[in-house]
Design a protein around this ligand. Structure first.
Ligand SMILES: [Zn+2]
Length: 294
């Protein structure tokens, strides 16, 4: 369900001429003062401009009762070209290298803008349909409690990886995958999630929804995409259990790729990834607590 208002090329309606020409991350708006400081980063991936629309609208309408809200456009060069990145995936290269060209330098600048924030939310959208979910990268209770504030049912825990994301370098950071690029439902979820967090932190207004029931998933693997063209079967959906032996995708209109074990697919069919999907298992909140010392 695409809303034409948010299709690519509308950035000129959102950003000023000056902002359009930024080569570095920049603060689109900063509201309020003092603590807590909450940073929201958008367009980490340049083909995800919906987040910019969301923070632009929030910046115009929100009134803070306390604290600071810093609204950031992370990767303007990629955003203006409508591409995911210029030289490398910005969210795989943190902490970056100050002074370097491309995303390495951009990463270092982003950290300058978020390093003093108490809470950071990194907004993303996807190329394949999925319901929205929150991502927490580290195993500590504080981040899980923060993740729960967004009022989004599904929370995905990502184990420590070789490459670092922005949220690995901030005081308390989560990612939110809102769903399909430029879709109305992703826009609505982004507005609600950020308002929920601000409400729970006592920074602005009241939270919109009280989603106390959460499902927790932990990433444990992936299914690599073969070089031949594949088609994900219409029977498979993100966060819906796939049983061992079940077919997931068809290769070259012939062979089927089948599940080697039970799992919940995440990022199924995501074009930005070299995988058919990532594999997650469902865990309890108690199991997250047990992981906090890892
Ligand atoms: Zn992204």
């Amino acid at each position: 369900m695409l809303n034409p208002e948010y299709t690519t090329g509308q950035l000129k309606n959102i950003l000023s001429e000056e902002n359009l020409n930024h080569e570095r991350p920049f603060v689109l708006a900063e509201l309020g003062r003092g603590s807590p400081v909450i940073a929201v980063t958008t367009a980490t991936h340049g083909d995800e401009e919906l987040g910019v629309k969301i923070i632009s609208d929030l910046g115009k309408t929100l009134h803070l009762q306390r604290g600071t809200l810093r609204l950031i456009v992370a990767n303007p060069p990629a955003l203006m070209r409508g591409v995911r990145f210029i030289t490398e995936d910005l969210n795989r290269g943190y902490p970056g290298i100050s002074g370097k060209q491309g995303e390495a330098g951009i990463a270092a600048h982003v950290l300058e803008l978020v390093k003093d924030s108490d809470f950071t939310i990194d907004i993303h959208t996807t190329s394949a349909p999925t319901e929205g979910f929150v991502i927490a990268n580290e195993r500590n209770g504080k981040k899980i409690e923060f993740a729960e504030m967004a009022g989004i049912n599904k929370i995905l825990l990502i184990p420590r990886q070789k490459k670092y994301a922005m949220i690995d370098f901030v005081n308390c950071g989560i990612g939110i995958e809102l769903g399909l690029h430029n879709s109305q439902y992703a826009y609505d979820l982004g507005m609600v999630a950020i308002k929920n967090v601000l409400g729970k932190l006592g920074v602005a207004g009241e939270q919109i929804s009280e989603e106390d029931r959460h499902e927790y998933y932990k990433l444990f693997g992936s299914i690599v995409r073969p070089s031949s063209p594949i088609e994900v079967l219409s029977t498979c959906h993100n966060f819906q259990l796939i049983h061992k032996g079940e077919a997931i995708a068809q290769v070259d209109r012939e062979d089927f790729i089948k599940a080697e074990e039970d799992f919940y697919p995440v990022f199924l069919g995501e074009k930005a990834y070299a995988t058919i999907c990532l594999k997650a298992k469902k865990i309890s909140r108690e199991e997250i607590g047990g992981l906090s010392t890892v």
